[in-house]
Design a protein around this ligand. Structure first.
Ligand code: FPP
Length: 247
């Protein structure tokens, strides 16, 4: 992949181990603007996912976490929900081979209990199939909600405390992070939301406490690797203080 801009591998201000999380928004509007069914927008969105994953090493992204279906998205029509679930399944079946050839490890976060058994089996399968890869860590959030994740995690912790398996004094930020769905990931450095909305919509509220946020008007089906490269380049010039003072 070549970019109009220089690759971030040569940008000393940019870590090449970035964790970027994305709220992929605007698929519906993209399709509706063209007089097409919303699912056409989601299909185009899936193509953008594939392109972005392939471009991650060039952009300097090691961890890419994508919000694909929230705990609130069940309110959509059955047709759209079923269409999205089929799209996730098709994506995994089509991309598993390519992910293995290009060193992509794929994992899924969120509450799987409400998902169809075939999809759950496919999630288990792709996680095992790509477990040996380490170049890019792709995490897809399906039936994910930050509050739901924190509720599930804190309930588990409370249960262990009540059973005497854990002491109350041992409950700290690190322990909570290690028990969240994202226990295998570093916290995100950058959260990008497309389509001009400026909400965070229950996406990684614990993990993104110190992340930088970028809101772009670009609709997700128009979001190319070049768009991400430009955002990451700009991020490399921002100073992060984590509550401290400037150096
Ligand atoms: C939000 O746009 C997007 C979604 C709820 C679905 C995201 C799914 C994909 C990009 C498809 C494929 C993903 C993978 C991982 C294969 P919206 O529909 O709310 O758009 P709108 O706000 O314009 O209606």
């Amino acid at each position: 992949m070549t970019f109009d801009q220089p690759s971030n591998a040569e940008n000393p201000a940019c870590s090449t181990q970035l964790h970027v999380a994305v709220i992929m928004d605007g698929n519906g509007r993209w399709a509706t603007n063209r007089g097409w069914p919303r699912l056409v927008g989601h299909r185009k969105g899936a193509e953008r996912v594939r392109e972005l994953v392939n471009a991650c090493p060039d952009i300097g992204i090691k961890y890419l976490t994508l919000y694909a279906f929230s705990t609130e998205n069940w309110k959509r029509t059955t047709e759209e929900v079923m269409g999205l679930m089929s799209l996730f399944a098709r994506y995994i079946k089509r991309e598993a081979g390519r992910m293995n050839r290009s060193g992509v490890r794929m994992r899924i976060i969120g509450d799987r209990s409400r998902l169809d058994k075939n999809l759950r089996d496919l999630f288990d399968w792709v996680e095992q199939e790509t477990a040996g890869n380490d170049l890019v860590h792709l995490t897809i959030a399906v039936n994910y909600g930050g509050r739901d994740e924190i509720r599930r995690t804190t309930t588990d912790i409370a249960r262990d405390v009540a059973a005497g398996k854990l002491r109350l004094e041992d409950v700290n930020d690190e322990l909570i992070s290690k028990r969240l769905d994202t226990h295998f990931l570093p916290d995100p450095d950058l959260v990008v939301r497309t389509s001009g909305e400026t909400r965070v919509s229950n996406f990684l509220p614990w993990q993104a406490a110190y992340a930088e946020y970028v809101f772009t008007p670009v609709l997700w089906p128009d979001f190319t690797p070049q768009t991400m490269n430009t955002i990451v380049q700009a991020f490399g010039t921002r100073e992060r203080r984590f509550g401290g003072v400037p150096k």
